[in-house]
Design a binder for this molecule. Structure first.
Ligand SMILES: [Zn+2]
Length: 411
């Protein structure tokens, strides 16, 4: 079982590093990591029976994984295989001074608050729960106060890492429902995280200048229900959420900023819905209206699909079934193709068909998302744009009809 858990944790850390590099809790070459590599390699060589694996090592590993520092310790790790759940019990070192959360001075310990749990990032597909009794400090100035824990914010039901990850999933998902499904949360839990994120955004908004905003919509539940979110793109946080996706909703979002703050906004990433565009033009006329890479990529995919559809109809009218059954393929990343799919796709790709040229243009363009140097990116854009404009692949040609908006990308 130890080896199984070892594999689960290793895969979990790899997954985090790949999909959420900001949250990778453990440098891959740390001592804890080497321990687990050793365990996994031992397992692969069939040495499970001879592996020495102590309770101590497991606790040490989770201490490193969670970044738990003294005086907190990992007291117990409980793996519930049937429920696909890991519970990590954290304990306070007896005799350690408790810091008052109000004035910050070291105090004697008064007692322990009742046990609480926090949902943490899954380790592989194991729901991971932290469990602890948090000490209460006996402060001479402020009275008895529960100390702050390093892994969560006061009142949170989830750890900081989980909340940040959940917000990132939410910002990337098309709907709140999709995000809730991916995270294994109920609507209420997502709502709780979102509200706390907004509260954080509000409490910090006074202090920091905002320059790059995003306005985006998400559908939630079923039917035509939408929320609109205002985000700070530089710091990846939610500033406000309102119901609806009308111009009034977008204006309500803008109204949560002061006039001075509005005047400092340099760019707003906004989907090309007229309602959001109009609100942004009215409230921050100096700001550039731009698209983020997510919407840019979606538009490009859509353009390739339009080219494919038109060409497929033309071919079918002439009795040619070359493009039949290929609808999805042009949208996939070729990195994920099987060998056979890749071979068939390669032949189509070199066929000189319009859809193949459109696809190549899209693939070329996506290089822009990762360009770090402005000068190089501008040259690249000019070249690709020139090429696309001359290609006569109409759906791909960026539409500059909406005023000053260009293809500017924010991530
Ligand atoms: Zn105090």
């Amino acid at each position: 079982m130890a080896a199984f858990l070892a594999r689960a944790v290793v895969a979990g850390v790899r997954w985090l590093n790949r999909f959420a590099p900001d949250f990778a809790p453990l440098p891959l070459r740390s001592a804890g990591w080497r321990l687990w590599e050793k365990l996994v390699r031992g397992h692969r060589r069939g040495q499970v029976g001879r592996m020495i694996f102590s309770e101590n090592e497991l606790q040490q590993h989770y201490r490193l994984l969670l970044g738990v520092a003294s005086p907190w310790q990992v007291k117990h790790v409980k793996l519930e295989l049937d429920e696909k759940r890991v519970e990590i019990e954290l304990a306070w070192t007896e005799g350690a001074k408790a810091k008052c959360p109000v004035c910050g001075q070291d105090c004697t310990l008064y007692d322990y608050a009742p046990e609480r749990t926090w949902r943490h990032l899954d380790t592989m597909q194991f729901e991971t729960i932290l469990r602890a009794r948090v000490p209460r400090a006996d402060c001479t100035t402020d009275g008895v106060k529960t100390v702050a824990v390093p892994w969560a914010e006061p009142g949170g039901r989830f750890t900081r890492l989980f909340e940040r990850f959940a917000i990132d999933v939410l910002l990337s998902a098309r709907s709140v429902k999709a995000a809730a499904g991916l995270l294994g949360l109920s609507w209420d839990e997502v709502d709780h995280i979102l509200r706390r994120a907004v509260a954080r955004g509000l409490s910090r908004r006074e202090l920091e200048a905002l320059t790059h905003l995003g306005i985006d919509e998400k559908s939630f539940r079923s039917g035509p229900s939408y929320i609109a979110l205002l985000t700070d793109l530089k710091r990846r946080r939610v500033l406000d959420v309102v119901e609806g996706r009308t111009q009034a909703a977008a204006e309500a979002l803008w109204d949560t900023l002061s006039a001075e703050q509005g005047a400092e906004i340099e760019a707003v990433a906004v989907d090309m819905g007229e309602a959001f565009l109009n609100a942004s033009r009215a409230k921050a006329p100096q700001a550039e209206l731009v698209q983020d890479t997510f919407h840019g990529a979606a538009h490009l995919n859509d353009a390739v699909d339009q080219v494919r559809r038109a060409e497929h109809e033309e071919l079918m009218a002439a009795g040619d079934e070359t493009l039949k059954g290929w609808r999805q393929w042009w949208l996939y990343n070729p990195m994920h193709f099987s060998q056979e799919q890749a071979a068939r796709f390669a032949a189509l790709k070199d066929s000189g068909l319009n859809v193949a040229r459109a696809w190549a243009a899209k693939e070329l363009f996506t290089k822009l998302w990762t360009d770090r140097y402005e000068g190089a990116a501008r040259r690249f854009f000019k070249q690709s744009f020139g090429w696309v404009s001359r290609s006569r692949l109409k759906p791909l040609i960026p539409d500059f009809a909406f005023g000053r908006t260009g293809w500017v990308f924010t991530r």
